[in-house]
Design a protein around this ligand. Structure first.
Ligand SMILES: Nc1nc2c(ncn2[C@@H]2O[C@H](COP(=O)(O)OP(=O)(O)OP(=O)(O)O)[C@@H](O)[C@H]2O)c(=O)[nH]1
Length: 517
């Protein structure tokens, strides 16, 4: 079988060509080809024999037969060169017909010795060859190739059924291709052995790596996008992101407004990268500059996202604050997932009732009932989120968990302890800044300052005999060791910066930039 791919399409969008048969004899797959950079097609991970289907890299050997058209001659899977059956059949038919034609010419020349006879016989042979080839290709090729997109809808890739094109462009370079193809597989083999990547061009034949996988398992090669985890304070946004990521990236405390920054947490899957943004809790803006900063930061998270999680907890009801939040989210025009958290606390099984008024106003794409604490319901949420991501390049390296600098992670880990251990409003009067950090083979050494807004607050944080600050330092250090997986030395000093939370310049210096409006 010949597949006609269009490099033009490869450059601009993904194409999926249904193939009639797969290398393992199955017939329910999709051959996905996607251009990653100008010269290189995205390579999926080699992962053969995965559960009830398989995914594997293959190298497609193809020939550019026009500026925008390429003819797939065969492929190469895990060191196993395959010349497609139909491709081989067409090549053999061509060869046989050409040989017979040559014999006919020789016979006529020998028998008649007449120049005109030679010419007639030669033209007849060519016509026979073309006719035979046309019959074979039109019968076998066209019904077997139906370009489809991921939804199974027909894709406007028309050249595959243009038999004329196949005839005109293919018959002539056939013999050349045949030998080039055999040669190319050898070249691909040895190149893969040596360089672990295919040569992009060999003897006029091009090699392209693609990922072959069953449609039921993977629809596309890679999906990626951003999700804002939006909601009121303390509904469990940070806990939810941590549960999704399987690690405690965002700080959590029973106090409201623990999260002060948009924390990026990256979920890396084999076929998807989802970038979650944990946000400060949205609340009615008061006169406090810190509150204003937190709300502005939460709103910024809604820019350039693919999906928004509207997180409520199982005790929520649509109050004035929600009335303010709902239009902000609906006007984004993005898929909204209503996430009802703290399912484990819903002993009265009210969660459907709780969700109902939000569903009515928010018109969410889907509703999920989860417990960030126990993990219940989180897998379907993640699965639906991945499904909702567009096809695209990963934004970050697949080992990256967050784009947050280590300085901020260290400062936030200390701040988490302040929030967990200080009473009333005191945590909201403290800002934590990492002054210096050194990383060496021995581990990490960090100097952290805790700023308070009044002299009287300093003693409250240090505690009697320095006990409280010692505990804060010790627990924060252990948490950092756990998170970073290396030795940590932590030095925490308490300093007074009078009324820092009323001065925009100081707040900016502490990483809490708020607009002047
Ligand atoms: N029982 C229970 N508690 C939860 C759950 N999710 C979060 N919590 C608790 O709720 C409190 C607030 O959780 P966070 O994850 O900090 O909430 P948040 O929405 O990020 O809070 P802000 O930083 O104020 O925006 C913490 O004490 C969590 O332990 C849950 O599913 N079940």
């Amino acid at each position: 079988m010949f597949l006609v791919l269009e490099p033009h399409d490869l450059v601009h969008r993904d194409i999926c060509l249904r193939v009639a048969e797969f290398l393992d004899g199955s017939d329910d797959g999709v051959l996905c080809v996607r251009r990653q950079r100008a010269e290189c097609i995205r390579v999926g991970e080699l992962d053969a024999g995965d559960g009830n289907g398989y995914r594997t890299d293959i190298v497609v050997v193809h020939q550019f037969i026009g500026q925008n058209t390429s003819l797939v001659l065969g492929w190469h899977e895990q060191g196993l060169a395959k010349i497609d059956d139909l491709g081989l059949l067409a090549l053999v038919v061509t060869l046989i017909v050409l040989v017979l034609a040559m014999c006919g010419v020789t016979f006529i020349v020998a028998a008649a010795g007449v120049a005109l006879g030679v010419l007639e016989a030669f033209l007849a042979a060519i016509a026979t060859t073309a006719g035979a080839l046309f019959a074979v290709l039109s019968h076998l090729v066209s019904p077997r190739m139906e370009p489809r997109d991921t939804n199974g809808d027909a894709v406007d890739v028309t050249l595959h059924d243009d038999v004329r094109l196949v005839l005109v462009k293919v018959v002539v370079p056939f013999l050349e291709d045949f030998f080039a193809l055999l040669n190319a597989f050898d070249i691909v083999d040895s190149h893969l052995d040596q360089h672990e990547k295919p040569p992009m061009k060999s003897y006029g034949v091009h090699c392209t790596r693609v990922c072959l996988r069953r449609k039921s398992l993977y629809t596309f090669i890679m999906k990626s996008g951003f999700v804002s985890i939006f909601g009121k304070p303390s509904v469990g946004k940070s806990s939810l992101m941590n549960t999704i990521l399987g690690t405690k990236l965002s700080i959590v405390s029973p106090k409201q407004q623990t999260t002060w920054y948009n924390i990026l947490g990256i979920l890396n899957k084999k076929d998807a990268q989802v970038c979650f943004v944990d946000t400060p809790g949205y609340h009615k803006v008061s006169k406090s500059k810190l509150n204003k900063y937190l709300v502005e930061t939460a709103l910024q998270s809604l820019e350039d996202i693919e999906v928004v999680y509207f997180v409520i907890d199982q005790s929520a009801y649509p109050d004035a604050e929600y009335e303010e939040m709902i239009p902000i989210v609906t006007k984004l025009g993005k898929p909204i997932f209503l996430v009802v958290n703290k399912l484990d606390l819903d002993t009265a099984k009210r969660h459907d009732m709780v969700a109902a008024p939000f569903v009515e106003k928010l018109h969410p794409t889907a509703v999920f009932h989860v417990s960030a604490a126990t993990g219940a319901g989180v897998s379907p949420l993640v699965k639906a989120t991945i499904d909702a991501m567009p096809v695209g390049e990963p934004y970050f390296d697949d080992k990256t968990l967050t784009s947050h600098p280590i300085e901020l992670i260290v400062a936030d880990t200390v701040r988490e302890q302040l929030f967990s251990r200080l009473q009333d409003e005191l945590p909201y009067s403290t800002a934590v800044v990492t002054d210096d950090i050194t990383e060496s083979a021995k581990g990490i050494r960090a100097m952290v300052s805790v700023y308070v807004a009044k002299d009287s607050q300093k003693g409250m944080i240090i505690g009697k005999g320095g006990e409280l600050i010692a505990t804060i330092k010790d627990v924060a250090r252990k948490n950092l060791v756990h998170f970073l997986g290396e030795r940590v030395e932590l030095d925490v000093r308490v300093k007074v910066e009078k009324n820092w939370n009323r001065k925009l310049v100081t707040m900016k210096h502490f990483g809490l930039a708020v607009s002047k409006k």
